[in-house]
Write a protein that binds this ligand. Structure first.
Ligand code: HEM
Length: 143
C-alpha cells in the first residue's frame, strides 16, 4: 500500500518536472514584437505624422518630440508586459486643459495604428496593443 503510494507520488513529481521543463514560459507581447526597438520605431514614425497633422498637430507645439516619444514607449512597454515602469505625468494631468475631442483622439490612434502596420506588426499584435490603449481615451478627451 505504502509502496504504491510512493510510486504514485514519484510519478506525479516526474510529470510535474517534465511539464515544467518542456513548456516554454509565456512570452510577453512586448518581447513578441521586438521590445524597445520596435516601440521606439513605431512612435518615432507616428509622432512625425502626428506633429504635422493639420487637425491635431497644433496640440503638440512646444512639446519636445523626444520627450513624448520616450514617455509613450515606456507607457506602452508597461501596458504590454515589458520590463518598464511608466513614471510620467498621469493621463488626466497631461491632457487636462487641452480640450481634445473624440474624433481627434481617433486621428492620433490611426497614426499609431498605421505606424504599427508599417513596421510589420500583425493585425493581431496591432489589435492587442490598441486594446490596451483604448481605455485611456477617457483620460484624454473633453478635459
Ligand atoms: C491613447 C491615447 C493617448 C495616449 C496613450 C497618450 C499618452 C501621452 C503621454 C504618455 C504623454 C506624456 C506625459 C508626460 O509628459 O509625462 C502625453 C502628453 C501629451 N498628449 Fe497624449 N496621449 C493620448 C492621446 C492624445 C491625444 C488624442 C492628443 C491630442 C490630439 C494628445 C496630446 C498630448 C499632448 C499635447 C501632450 C503634452 C502635454 C504637455 O506636455 O503639456 N494625447 N500623452
Amino acid at each position: 500500500m505504502m509502496a504504491l503510494f510512493i510510486r504514485a507520488i514519484t510519478a506525479a513529481l516526474i510529470a510535474i518536472f517534465v511539464i515544467g521543463c518542456t513548456s516554454t514560459p509565456q512570452q510577453s507581447l512586448y518581447e513578441e514584437i521586438g521590445g524597445h526597438q520596435t516601440l521606439n520605431t513605431i512612435y518615432g514614425v507616428a509622432i512625425t505624422r502626428i506633429y504635422t497633422d493639420p487637425v491635431i498637430g497644433h496640440y503638440f507645439k512646444g512639446v519636445p518630440k523626444k520627450h513624448l516619444r520616450d514617455r509613450l514607449v515606456t507607457q506602452t512597454c508597461e501596458l504590454i508586459g515589458g520590463p518598464c515602469e511608466y513614471d510620467g505625468k498621469s493621463m488626466v494631468e497631461s491632457h487636462t486643459g487641452l480640450g481634445i475631442k473624440e474624433r481627434e483622439f481617433y486621428i492620433l490612434v490611426e497614426y499609431v495604428q498605421g505606424a504599427m502596420r508599417d513596421v510589420g506588426l500583425t493585425y493581431q499584435q496591432e489589435n492587442r496593443i490598441l486594446n490596451k490603449l483604448a481605455p485611456i481615451k477617457y483620460e484624454t478627451i473633453y478635459l
